[in-house]
Design a protein around this ligand. Structure first.
Ligand code: FUB
Ligand code: ZN
Length: 638
């Protein structure tokens, strides 16, 4: 590890701060989202989601589980991983303070209060989990398979890192709790301790980031040890198999992400962190190759991952049934975490495409307009109308269903909340010669280049609906530097307008290098014409179908009763066009044969000549916001 100085407040809030790599991620103090699509979501996150999550966690006793000496095994409530939700909420609150919360004192007070409650529950030796080790509870680490003890600790460490990097600094009490917890983990699971791993990876990420914040090498070593220990089947047998727990084969020997999607993605992200800090390029290449194959063969059009409900797992290659898509919100968040780390480590702009797709089509879909309801799973085809969910009821099933205010397993909401609150950290990096814009949002950027010069940008965009991106230089000097813009894959035919004129620019990174003037503008015009997208023929479940995308958005057909979407046929010979309420395709609804045995001899489809009428499609992220509906992303062709 080449960390020379601990990385806390000096560099501003950023979730991931690798000590090497060609890109320096800009933090919350350097990039502020000021308006548009994502700012609206950040504001809802701050004003509705965070208080909503807090009140449910209080109501269900998840915060009270920590309540110091009073907490007893008999009074503990919730599943074994509820501590992690409190930590994720604390992380989201910390990023929110870093973002410049509208009521920072109130959030600050909550952070302080939660920190003291958590600190009081910590054992003198640093152990911290509310479901194990107290009188009447199972012994510590007696259930590595399901106990989630180290998983929860990982989230605690990430929360403490967020706190330290946003305003707590080196002396923050939560950071002190995290250090004691991490010291305990190193003691209990270090080279001389128990040679075990947790059934749910996550601690690896927390340990590496804590090492980056504190400069403590042993946290990194412990993370590396956990990564190497995985895959040797040290966990007990289980009917989901070792793959569910990412313990079936060593990380270095895996060709593709498999098993429980969130577990696999967190582990891969932690392995990238370890690889970066230890200079292990082979491990980095291995994980990058795993991700490539996963993206190419195991990912939904939306960027969602996980196609098996029973074990929340990746399916085999090309097993991507639209109506059984699991695609957990947490898997989306975890995939962004992984892609961001790979981007910082490799500089490869393909990961920007990954992040963009997941942000607009998983993360933006997950949270209801009110910020108080959310999807756990993301189907791509809802055959029966989604049920309306009561505002005040916890949903016990957690594999699907409508946006609900709360689930018994509510990992997804605080996960999305922490990402949204820290989203400005995923937009811009500094490279050797200037700034690189990875995602577009209305934003103010003020930072120093690698050589120390102060520069500033103002970004304005109509995305995702309108593809114009305007970058105005707000601070510069009389020396040249570079602004690198990304032309997404979907934007073939893009044009760049600068003081030197207008020109076509290809898909990929466009570097504008010169001496800029304050007030100078660079405009990128990204075509957002709607387009048909066809699936790889090996995805049997969607063969013969097309989907519609426009800019970064996936669209869907939605019906609140007027259409039977199961009988839908779309004429893929007529390109989709913009319409007042979304995008229009030509479609017809075939009258099905009378119900009966649904199989028979192959029938030539004579329907091509049958009349079609316009059908309106809406952005996938908007579906199910207007009450119970059916929906489909993949549209059978005529
Ligand atoms: O096990 C903790 C979390 O609950 C997982 O990450 C999610 O997939 C859900 O199962
Ligand atoms: Zn989740």
């Amino acid at each position: 590890m080449t960390v020379t100085s601990p990385d806390t407040t000096a560099v501003g809030g950023r979730p991931v701060v690798p000590s090497r790599g060609g890109l320096r991620p800009l933090g919350q103090r350097e990039v502020r989202i000021t308006g548009g699509f994502w700012r609206a979501r950040q504001d809802v996150n701050a004003t509705a989601t965070l208080p909503h999550a807090r009140s449910w966690m209080d109501r269900l006793g998840w915060t009270a589980n920590f309540a110091g000496p009073d907490a007893t095994s008999a009074r503990r409530r919730g599943r074994e991983f509820t501590d992690s939700e409190v930590y994720k909420l604390l992380e989201a609150m910390s990023w929110e303070v870093g973002r410049g919360a509208t009521a920072p004192e109130e959030l600050e007070a909550q952070i302080v209060e939660l920190t003291s409650v958590i600190a009081a529950a910590q054992a003198p030796d640093g152990y911290l989990h509310t479901a194990f080790g107290r009188p009447g509870q199972p012994d510590r680490y007696s259930d590595l398979l399901w106990g989630h003890e180290l998983y929860c600790t990982g989230h605690l460490l990430q929360a403490a890192v967020a706190r330290a990097r946003t305003c707590g600094g080196d002396d923050d009490p939560l950071l002190a709790v995290a250090r004691r917890a991490a010291d305990h983990v190193c003691e209990a699971f270090g080279p001389n301790g128990t040679p075990g791993v947790c059934g749910h990876p996550e601690i690896e990420l927390g340990l590496v980031e804590l090492a980056r914040v504190t400069g403590e090498r042993r946290y990194l070593d412990q993370a590396a040890l956990f990564v190497e220990r995985r895959g040797h089947r040290t966990l007990p047998r289980h009917h989901f198999g070792w793959s569910y727990f990412s313990d079936d084969e060593p990380v270095r020997e895996s060709a593709v992400l498999h098993g429980h999607a969130v577990r696999a993605l967190y582990l891969a992200a932690g392995a990238v962190d370890v690889a970066v800090e230890t200079g292990d390029d082979e491990l980095l290449r291995t994980v990058a190759a795993q991700f490539d194959r996963t993206w190419a063969r195991r990912t939904y059009l939306t960027g969602g991952m996980g196609s098996r409900h029973a074990d929340e797992a990746f399916g085999d290659d090309f097993v991507l049934p639209a109506d059984r898509a699991y695609s957990e919100t947490c898997a989306g968040v975890a995939a962004i975490m992984l892609a961001w780390r790979l981007l910082l480590a490799t500089g490869d702009g393909r990961y920007d495409e990954v992040i963009e797709r997941i942000l607009y089509n998983v993360v933006a879909t997950a949270i209801g307009d009110d910020g108080r309801s959310f999807f756990y799973a993301h189907t791509l085809h809802q055959r029966t109308p989604t049920a309306a969910s009561a505002h005040d009821e916890e949903q016990l099933g957690f594999g699907g269903g409508p946006r609900a205010p709360w689930f018994e397993v509510s990992c997804c909401l605080p996960n999305a909340a922490r990402l949204l609150a820290s989203l400005s950290c995923y937009l811009v990096t500094a490279d050797d010669t200037g700034l690189r814009l990875h995602q577009y949002a209305d934003a103010e950027v003020a930072t120093r280049l690698a050589d120390g010069r102060e520069v500033g940008l103002r970004v304005r965009t109509g995305l995702p609906d309108d593809g114009t991106v305007t970058v105005r230089v707000t601070k510069t000097d009389d020396q040249p530097w570079s602004i690198t813009l990304r032309v997404p894959q979907w934007a073939a035919g893009a044009e760049l307008v600068t003081t030197h004129g207008r020109r076509h620019v290809p898909v990929g990174d466009i570097v504008v290098y010169r001496t800029f003037a304050v007030g100078e503008e660079i405009r990128l015009e990204l075509p957002t014409r709607p387009r048909f997208t066809a699936p790889d023929p090996r995805v049997d479940a969607t063969r013969g179908c097309v989907a519609v995308e426009r800019g970064p958005l996936v669209y869907c057909a939605e019906s609140t009763g007027e259409h039977d979407l199961d009988t839908l046929r779309v004429d893929a010979a007529v390109p989709p066009v913009d319409a007042a309420a979304g995008v229009e395709v030509r479609a017809r609804f075939d009258v099905p044969d009378a119900d009966g045995w649904p199989y028979g001899p192959p029938r030539p489809d004579d329907g091509t000549t049958r009349a079609t009428t316009p059908l309106n499609l809406v952005p996938y992220h908007r579906w199910a916001r207007g009450g119970p509906s059916t929906m489909r992303v993949w549209l059978p062709g005529t």
